[in-house]
Design a protein around this ligand. Structure first.
Ligand code: AHR
Length: 517
């Protein structure tokens, strides 16, 4: 009977009146089962454009606080959003990177050409020690991606030994000579990147054979159990998932912790200029949001294939690269993938993270591409200046979900209608933390209509509600070095306790985080 009551509640009428719609929603603590891993909130940083060099790792003369050459204003900003992990060194760069070139005295390190990203000369000044120092400063776990495409089994195997072994060995000695006494205990380790493409153009059958061989020689040294992550599919390549799972997993077990799935949101193509990060029409916005929301259908598709081989969901779907990929900003190197970041990107980030939260039984890790100055970056820099993007603020709002119990949220979304096409206007996720506080994050992607939400909270004790909102006058609004605070978090006053119910007036084009205590 109780169950029936809740089902009928969230299926109740959606009432539209002018630019306002009313719906019912249920947040159900009685159905809480899975935990939202903090690792869903991870980031990706590649040797690409100005992410590492002139991003984290700067000229010694740049007038900013630094540790060695690591920019500490960036470190502080990422610590504030509690960055849980950082994926490195690529990306496509990973499968042409030779880690031994990036250790030892910097003036003796060989150079190489970064063929994927503009043929620029890589001086290898940022290598294993520098990256792992950055992770220590951030308090983030490293996720290192090894070179399967153009490296060797020996090279990958020795990298793990160099980073993780504490006993007497040539790699331990070399690490000590290079100034690091104790191992770093790296656990997340990717066995190649996009090996169906830039990582070697392999068939899934060939990759499976390669993976088995490489993974055999990646050892668990004392105190460090590796979490090996296999190259996963791109977008809707279900054949890749099926072949890799069938080749690597038997009875729910295999020599892997996760499968690294990549999906980028592209603005729809058609007429010139549609790919701009900050200059787009509502038609382009609508198409972009449709592409962004498609990630849920893809997660469900890959999950159902993985479930055939791993019904207990021991193996993680890792969304190792995600985010919006726009045209590079005018007058920048097109291979540096530098793009601005607008309110639209924040709505994509909020929606995607709600989707990840709601699928946390399978999605146990994810990395937004690419942290600083590349693609959907959370931080942009220009000389000593640094700004936080709207996407950064979403990660700030959503950090309350880290390692909290996911609470299912049920509702029927009103439609966002554009020229006779529709998308669900609302998406949401909720969690309960270890103190009992409940957090609900809601996104309204409709740029024109507010939504009244009447929320039933099943088996949740609460007396107060407070909230924060991220919105702005226009979808194209963004923060610049001249005006860094155009899109920032503000206090939200649109939530009220009405008896046992929570009433929320959810403004158009906004991300809201509510805290119930
Ligand atoms: O993030 C940019 C590139 O996109 C990465 O190097 C690659 O893995 C993906 O195709």
């Amino acid at each position: 009977m109780k169950k029936f009551l809740f089902i009928s509640l969230f299926l109740t009428l959606t009432v539209s009146a002018g630019s306002q719609t009313s719906i019912a929603m249920v947040v159900d603590a009685s159905a809480a089962e899975h935990t939202i891993s903090r690792h869903i909130y991870g980031h990706f940083s590649e040797h690409l454009g100005r992410c590492i060099y002139d991003g984290y790792w700067v000229d010694p003369a740049l007038p900013v606080p630094k540790h060695d050459r690591i920019r500490l204003d960036i470190v502080e900003a990422l610590k504030k959003i509690k960055i849980p992990n950082l994926r490195w060194p690529g990306g496509c760069f990973a499968d042409e990177y030779h880690w031994r070139d990036g250790i030892g005295p910097r003036d003796q390190r060989p150079t190489m050409i970064n063929t994927n990203w503009g043929n620029i000369t890589e001086d290898n000044s940022f290598g294993t020690h520098e990256f792992l120092t950055l992770c220590e400063l951030l308090g983030a776990e490293p996720f290192i991606v090894g070179n399967l495409g153009s490296g060797s089994v020996e090279e990958m195997s020795k990298w793990v030994e160099y980073m993780n072994y504490d006993g007497i060995s040539p790699m331990t000695n070399m690490r000590k000579q290079n100034g690091r006494e104790k191992p770093w205990h790296v656990t997340f380790f990717g066995v190649g990147n996009e090996n169906w493409g830039c990582g070697g153009n392999m068939t899934p059958e060939y990759y499976v054979t390669q993976y088995r061989q490489y993974a055999t020689f990646l050892k668990n040294y004392p105190g460090t159990a590796l979490r090996k992550i296999a190259c996963g599919p791109s977008g809707g390549d279900y054949n890749w998932t099926n072949m890799v799972m069938s080749g690597l997993v038997r009875g729910g077990r295999g020599n892997l912790w996760g499968l690294d799935f990549h999906y980028y949101t592209r603005p729809p193509r058609g007429s010139a200029g549609q790919g701009s990060a900050t200059n787009f029409t509502e038609a382009t916005y609508f198409g972009t949001m449709r592409n962004a929301l498609r990630i849920e259908q893809l997660i469900k598709g890959h999950d159902s294939i993985m479930t055939k081989y791993d019904p207990q969901k021991r193996i993680a779907l890792v969304v190792g690269e995600w985010g919006i990929w726009c045209d590079p900003e005018p007058r920048t190197n097109p291979r540096f993938l530098y793009q601005q970041n607008s309110l639209r990107d924040a709505l994509i980030a909020g929606s995607t993270l709600n989707i990840f939260n709601n699928h946390c039984d399978r999605v146990k890790m994810a990395q937004l591409a690419q942290t600083v100055n590349v693609l959907q970056a959370v931080i942009l820099t220009e000389g000593p200046k640094m700004i936080l993007t709207p996407t950064y603020h979403v990660f700030d709002l959503y950090k309350v979900h880290h390692d909290s119990k996911m609470l299912p949220v049920k509702f029927t979304s009103p439609d966002y209608v554009f020229e006779n096409q529709t998308l669900p206007a609302l998406n949401a996720s909720a969690s309960q933390d270890s103190t009992g506080a409940v957090h609900l994050t809601i996104v309204n992607i409709d740029p024109n209509k507010n939504v009244n939400i009447s929320i039933t909270l099943n088996q949740i004790k609460w007396t107060t509600v407070s909230g924060q909102i991220l919105t702005s006058a226009n979808l194209t609004d963004h923060n610049t070095f001249e005006k860094p605070n155009t899109v920032v978090i503000e206090k939200f006053n649109g939530a009220r306790k009405q008896g046992d119910m929570l009433d929320v007036l959810m403004p158009a084009k906004s991300v809201v985080m509510l805290e119930l205590k």
